[in-house]
Design a protein around this ligand. Structure first.
Ligand SMILES: Nc1nc2c(c(=O)[nH]1)N[C@H]1C(S)=C(S)[C@@H](COP(=O)(O)OP(=O)(O)OC[C@H]3O[C@@H](n4cnc5c(=O)[nH]c(N)nc54)[C@H](O)[C@@H]3O)O[C@H]1N2
Ligand SMILES: Nc1nc2c(c(=O)[nH]1)N[C@H]1C(S)=C(S)[C@@H](COP(=O)(O)OP(=O)(O)OC[C@H]3O[C@@H](n4cnc5c(=O)[nH]c(N)nc54)[C@H](O)[C@@H]3O)O[C@H]1N2
Ligand SMILES: [Mo]
Length: 897
């Protein structure tokens, strides 16, 4: 609509506010309680204007064509100044002595002509400095409520409230007591929106957060959400990390890890020099000496056992370009396909299952499309803790009316908001999904036209599903038939259903079957490849686990997913690389360890994966490393793996290097160095080049930018990508086949990428998990994540996140706790058929009786000594989610927090 603002005309949307119209007219208007990310409050009166003749707060008043807006009249300026003077008058003088001149409040006062000496309050309301990342100075609080709305409307934690009366009103945690003991999950949203400096973070002074602050735009290096961050530095360290408002995925939001957990960078434990094992001890040496040793021993390994005696584990923490270079090194310099990455431990079943069902190994739709979903099916994923920015957006969808079905044995995260919470016994997903499909078929909740024209396999699936009535599967899954029916109806009747899932689907003995059976539901409903719904989307884990696989750091696939067994795919790589590519698939990670134990593997290069802490059955992993004559480890820290290596090469972290990551919805985004690496540490990119050079080889592509371009020459799906394009456009999804055409964020609109162009239903039957409880091991242990720590914990334990979550806990249902006479804070020994771990008990109603849960963020506890080396039949992904254990009460420890 057209709205008159002063002498000009603004064009705005039908639902625009007067404030929107004023801004669209290019006129500046002060605000204090307003933030574009939040519902307007209209409480500060700093934006008073006249609309249609009446004085109104612009932020809360709808614009109208017949209500011309007046902004600049003297009386209006006076009213605005008076409103702000009232607010400021109770603040202490320091509220306006803003040394950086960047506080929003100081800026508004300056614009309105509010004199600095207006702030004459006595102060004395005190501070709350209990939290490591969020500091409260109550004297500066103007009770604008932005922090409270941020916590509710963006983060969805509802941890904050306003307390007190009149000018004494101030923000406080809703639980009362100190901030550190509140429900705050330290996303930083409150700090980010506070206009006065009442809420601050260490490193940044009050209100220091205007968009024009200089910083380095990069992509978060923790999880796979791919948040855009602006990193501010001072000297040689990070002062603050701010979420980018124009970040395509995070839109100004972040979480405790990306936002605050950068203290590891300057940890005294950082590796700053190469280390070489001599007489059993790791000793610092020069790069030259370390590289000489590596080259000599790699040559010796190949001489003794051929190229197949060397293997590499690439890193999903590292950049695309680094992954590209390492697989190129293995294939062209060593001459083996034995290169793998932690996708093996994580979403390899997604890659396999989604490829079989739809044709490509990634999620099917862009994340923003969940905004239009009317029913979310969230399976085996806990995004509130593991992908907090995604979890927050999903919760907002649900609070605004989308229906929610959660399938998770535990009552955590979004399960608390679910319309239906299915709690399957761990390892029984396939039976559960088949039961849902059974109901959808029986009740006609399917898209017959889609099934007829765009799918294959319906007759086989229909025959199979006859045996999966919800009543019958209840005995296997433990899920009541009525719940399955309710879930199937919510999903089946939805106009635009969305499937999001995590490791609760993949990390099983039949994880690939799980992905296929889940994909069946989307196919039956015609909710994939049609724009009706959000398809099937894995919440991929590591910052660059999608990319590590995309770049060909896999034993059977080349960059862009050409098979090494396919002569045409090899030829594409051979033309670019100028050497022959070995035609036989290499070893997967568990096969590498087995080969090391049997003496066939003589050299293993591990880039940033703490295999001794995070791979399953860790006693056997340790044995493998001990049996392998040469273990090289690129690391930030002396991890459990690095300390067992023969050569340790100090690596740069994501904040110290250049390149790209691919996030969970297939977006390429730039990673840029905000700092130099410490001491002699180098980016993995340089390390790989240096090792190749020590062997007399030149890998070409001297810069990360050249590496990505070279990859695009091999892989048609990346042919349109370049650093230069990403610098210009921000994020570009793949497939992206042409520099002048956009990437494809929604897949399969015309045809699926399978050989016949159809979506393939799977009729694989339910098979039981690899581990079943028995009299000796009566409990099922599920392992997974907690919000404040990340995987091995190597990084987050070296930050103040350790104050937020200091102990490794075993969650035990009250019934099991009392049966074992265990209480909160008791030390307990957990024993499985494979090993032993030591944890602290936390009695928790989130659990189902008979099941216990722990994370794996504190390697010293030994959690992965418990897990088995069994893996998914199709992909070898470990069965991390099902281990039979028993509990032995240990010594009593201090109260758990
Ligand atoms: N804070 C934090 N965030 C992280 C990480 C971290 O370590 N810490 N790691 C990152 C990585 S690498 C990854 S891969 C992602 C993982 O992210 P998620 O996949 O969300 O993580 P998990 O907690 O391992 O598992 C998810 C859920 O699966 C459930 N589950 C277990 N067994 C079953 C089952 O048989 N059926 C069903 N339906 N559910 C089951 C568990 O109870 C758990 O709540 O997180 C990433 N983000
Ligand atoms: N019990 C149990 N175990 C699990 C899981 C589970 O659910 N349960 N989940 C599994 C999953 S999904 C995953 S992805 C794995 C993750 O397991 P890992 O990949 O081993 O864990 P991370 O802690 O993410 O990273 C490993 C190391 O990389 C280093 N690092 C970080 N950035 C860089 C870099 O840029 N370069 C180099 N060279 N090093 C770097 C860190 O210092 C850290 O020591 O754990 C698996 N283990
Ligand atoms: Mo992962």
């Amino acid at each position: 609509m057209r709205v008159r603002v002063g002498a000009t005309t603004a064009h705005v949307a039908e639902d625009a506010s007067v404030l929107d119209a004023v801004r669209a007219a290019g006129i500046s208007l002060p605000t204090l309680c307003h933030d574009d990310r939040l519902t307007p409050a209209g409480s500060c009166r700093a934006c008073l204007v006249r609309a249609g003749g009446k004085v109104v707060a612009a932020c809360v008043t709808p614009a109208a064509e017949d209500a011309p807006i007046e902004v600049d009249a003297d009386d209006l300026r006076g009213l605005r100044r008076e409103a702000v003077e009232v607010i400021v008058s109770v603040l202490p003088p320091r509220a306006l002595d803003d040394e950086h001149g960047r506080s929003e409040l100081a800026g508004v006062c300056h614009d309105l002509g509010v004199a600095p000496d207006t702030a004459r309050g006595a102060g004395g309301r005190g501070r709350d400095d209990s939290h490591p990342y969020v500091r409260l100075d109550r004297d500066l609080c103007i009770a604008c409520g932005r922090c409270v709305r941020m916590c509710a409307e963006v983060q969805g934690t509802f941890a904050l409230t306003l307390v007190g009366r009149g000018s004494d009103t101030v923000v406080a945690p809703g639980t009362g007591g100190p901030w550190a003991e509140s429900e705050c999950v330290a996303c930083g949203g409150c700090v980010d929106t506070c206009p006065t400096g009442a809420l601050t973070e260490p490193g940044l002074s009050g209100g220091d957060r205007t968009p024009e602050l200089p910083g380095t735009r990069t992509t978060c290096g923790y999880c796979g959400v791919g948040c855009s961050l602006d990193v501010l530095t001072g000297g040689d360290s990070v002062t603050a990390v701010l979420p980018a408002r124009d970040g395509p995925v995070n839109r100004g939001h972040a979480c405790v890890k990306g936002r605050f957990a950068h203290g590891f960078l300057r940890s005294p434990d950082r590796l700053t020099r190469p280390l070489l094992r001599r007489d059993g001890r790791l000793e610092p040496v020069s790069w030259e000496e370390a590289l000489d040793h590596v080259a000599r021993e790699l040559r010796a390994a190949v001489a003794a056992g051929g190229p197949g005696a060397v293997a590499a584990i690439s890193s999903a923490r590292a950049t695309n370009e680094e992954n590209y270079l390492l697989q190129k090194f293995m294939r062209t310099v060593i001459g083996t396909n034995s290169v793998d990455n932690c996708s093996r431990l994580c979403h390899a079943p997604s890659a396999a299952g989604l490829t079989a069902a739809f044709g490509l190994p990634g999620g099917t739709d862009p994340f923003e499309d969940v905004e239009s979903a009317d029913c979310l099916l969230l399976v085996g994923a806990n995004p509130v803790e593991a992908h907090p920015v995604v979890g927050a957006r999903l919760l907002q969808r649900v609070l605004r009316g989308a229906r929610l079905v959660v399938a998770d044995p535990r009552a955590v995260g979004l399960a608390r908001h679910a319309d239906v919470h299915l709690r399957p016994r761990p390892g029984t997903n396939v039976a559960l999904f088949h039961a849902m499909a059974h109901v959808m078929l029986a009740e006609g909740l399917i898209d017959e036209e889609f099934l007829r024209e765009r799918s294959a396999g319906l007759p086989e699936l229909t025959a199979l599903l006859a045996g999966y009535s919800p009543e019958r599967t209840a005995a296997v899954t433990g899920v009541p038939a009525a719940d399955v029916v309710a879930a199937a109806r919510l999903f089946g009747l939805a106009e635009r259903p969305a499937i999001l899932y995590g490791l609760g689907v993949t990390e099983h003995l039949h994880g690939t079957d799980g992905v296929r059976a889940l994909s069946n539901l989307a196919i039956l409903r015609g909710a994939v490849g049609t724009g009706r719904g959000f398809g099937v989307n894995p919440l991929r884990g590591q910052n660059n686990v999608q990319g590590a696989s995309d770049m060909g750091a896999l034993p059977d696939l080349l960059p862009g997913y050409g098979k090494v067994t396919d002569a045409d795919a090899r030829l594409r790589a051979e033309r670019v690389w100028g050497v022959l590519v070995p035609p036989r698939p290499g070893l997967r990670i568990p096969e590498m360890f087995a080969a090391a134990r049997s003496g066939e593997l003589r050299a293993l290069w591990i880039l940033g994966e703490d295999v001794c802490a995070t791979d399953p059955d860790s006693n056997q992993v340790v044995q493998a490393l001990e049996s392998c004559p040469l273990v090289i480890c690129d690391e930030l820290f002396l991890s459990e793996t690095a300390r067992r290596a023969d050569v340790v090469l100090p690596a740069a972290s994501w904040l110290e290097k250049d390149g790209t990551f691919v996030n969970f919805d297939r977006r390429f985004q730039r990673v840029r160095a905000a700092l130099a690496p410490p001491g002699a540490a180098r980016p993995d990119f340089e390390i790989i080049h240096a090792v190749a050079a020590a062997l007399g080889a030149d890998l070409g592509c001297a810069t990360p930018a050249e590496a990505l371009t070279e990859c695009g020459r091999i892989a048609p799906v990346f042919a349109g990508l370049s650093h230069e394009r990403l610098d210009r456009e921000g994020a570009v999804p793949w497939p992206c086949r042409h520099p002048d055409r956009p990437g494809e964020s929604s897949l399969y609109r015309e045809r699926f990428a399978t050989p016949d162009g159809l979506a393939h239903l799977s009729a694989a039957p339910y098979l039981p998990p690899g581990e079943e409880p028995d009299d000796r091991y009566p409990l099922v242990l599920v392992t997974g994540r907690r919000w404040a720590h990340y995987n091995s914990g190597g990084m987050t334990r070296r930050t103040d996140n350790l104050l937020l979550d200091p102990t490794d806990r075993l969650d035990v249902h009250p019934v099991d706790a009392s049966r074992h006479r265990l209480g909160d804070g008791d030390r307990v020994t957990v024993r499985s058929r494979h090993g032993e771990a030591h944890l602290t008990v936390q009695v928790s109603d989130d659990m189902t009786p008979g099941q216990v849960f722990c994370a794996f963020h504190f390697p010293a506890s030994g959690v992965n000594a418990l897990t088995s080396d069994r893996g998914d039949a199709a992909t070898s992904c470990p069965e991390y989610k099902v281990t039979a254990v028993r509990l032995l009460a240990g010594e009593r420890a201090g109260q758990a927090r």
